[in-house]
Design a binder for this molecule. Sequence first.
Ligand SMILES: [Zn+2]
Length: 326
Amino acid sequence: MMRNFPNLQRQDTAMPGASPHRRAVLAGLGAALLAPALPIVPARAAIPPFRGKLGSFEISVVSDGTLNVPLSFALPDTPATEAAKLFASQGMPPEGLVPQTNVTLVNTGGELVLIDAGSGPKFQPTAGKLSENLEAAGIDPKTISKVVFTHGHADHLWGAIDDFDDAERFPNAKYVISAAEWDFWTHPDTPSRSPDWMKGMAIGSARILKQIEKKVERRNAGDTVAPGMIYVATPGHTPGHMAVGVENGGQQLLVGGDVFNNNAVSFAKPEWRVGSDFDPNQGMTTRKQLLDQLATDRIPLIGFHLSWPGYGMIERRGPAYRFVPV
Ligand SMILES: [Zn+2]
C-alpha cells in the first residue's frame, strides 16, 4: 500500500538547534501571535463540513476556525510588496494571512479517525471551533476512535484536551504521533532551545502530550497509523512532521498537515522561506519533493491551512505549481 509515498527524507531526530540568526529573526513572534496585527474576525456560526468519498471511505473536512498570522512572520525573507504582488496575481487580499484550520475526518466504516485535533480555545480567539462544528455536523466526540497527529504545534494538538474540565475531548480515542515528534516535544530542553515564538507552545504541547501519554502510539514513517492510512515523512515544519497517506478502493489522498500552508505561496513559490518552519531549508526540500510527487501521480491533497476546505489537486505551472480546488 502507498508505494507511491517513499520516505521523502530521513527523519532528523536531532535536538532543536535554532541558530542565533533565526532566533533573532523570530524574536517577538510570541507577542505577535498573542496580539495579531490583523483585526480579529468575529467567530462565525457553525461551518458545515465538506464531505467527499475515497473508495468506500467517507472523508469530511471540519473547520477549527481561522488563525491570524502576521505576514512578517509567515514570510520573513520576502518583502511585503513582493508578497502583495503574488497575492494580487492570485486574487487574494494582499494585507496578510488568515489561515484556515481544516481538520480531516475519515470514516473507514469501522473507525472514525480524526487527523489533528485543532487548537482548543486557548491559542487564538478565532480558532478552537472544532467541537462546535463537529456537534453541528452531528458527530459525537465520543465516537472518534483515533486521533492521528501530523505534528505537535498548538493548532494541531492542543484541541485534544478540553480546557473547561481539563479532560480529553475525544475520551474513547487512541492517539498516534510520530516518534520523532514525540521525542522533540517531550524533551525537557525543547522550550529553552526553541525560538522565542515557540517557547510557550513547547511548554503547552509537552503538557498535553503528558496528559494523553498512556493512550499514545508512537509511529514512524511508512507505518500504518489507522486502517488504510500511513505516515509519510515530511520533516521541516517540525522535526517529526508527518503527512498522512489515505488509500481505499484504489484511490489515494494525502492529508498534508502544514507542508503547504498558503494557497498563493506554497505552490507558486515553494522556495520562499516559511517563518513557522523549524528547519526552513528542510521544509523547502520537503515541499518541492512532495509537489513533484503529487503533481506527477495526480494525488489529491487536503492542506490544513489552505483556503477552506483545502481539498484539491496540484498542477505544474511553468517552473512551479498551482493548487486547483476540487
Ligand atoms: Zn498549523
